[in-house]
Design a protein around this ligand. Sequence first.
Ligand code: GAR
Length: 203
Amino acid sequence: MMQNIKLGILASHYGSNLQAILDACDLGEIQAEVSVVISNNSNSMALKRSNKKNIPGFHISNHTHPNFLLQDKEIKKILKKHKVNLVILAGYMKKLGPEVLKYFHKKIINIHPSLLPKYGGKGMYGANVHREVIKSNEKFTGISIHIVEEEYDSGPIIAQIKISIDKNDNVDSLNKKVSSIEHKFYVKTIQEIISGKINLNNL
Ligand code: GAR
């Protein structure tokens, strides 16, 4: 069991996964607290959600820090200052820099709405993923949770769920199906990491 876990969450847009994690922390389904939220998007719902809960929220982007390495340093500084020991990407559409990746080695996780390594990489997020999956006539899609490395959607897989695609499914219906499962799956997996059932160092 990891003790006194403080989560730092990075999210770019809507933040429905962030909300699911906030709710799960309130309910004790995740035995941790969210100590900070960072977004590259100053208008994101994600930052509104953290505001509403009085959780410190920060906007770090090319606008605040035109230099990527300074962005990286600032993100690391904020996470350290808020005593974060597990970093959660929840719909964060940017790469992380070398300092954050090194300091939080094997302590950063991401969720992606496909069966990685299929349908991952730059530009592959949200509806774009589902569009490609439908176009390719896949019978299954899924959700992957993985340790974050330098490249988009890369790094050791922690957990995956397979979801079947019906004949009538379209981008919209698949999106709805996948996101409702995503929230529960992310919450469950985060708690399994905290409880020690999953050990990221062994991956
Ligand atoms: C989620 O479907 C998440 O899996 C995906 O972005 C969406 C964010 O939704 N992430 C990726 O595609 C990462 N490559 P949310 O903002 O409502 O949580």
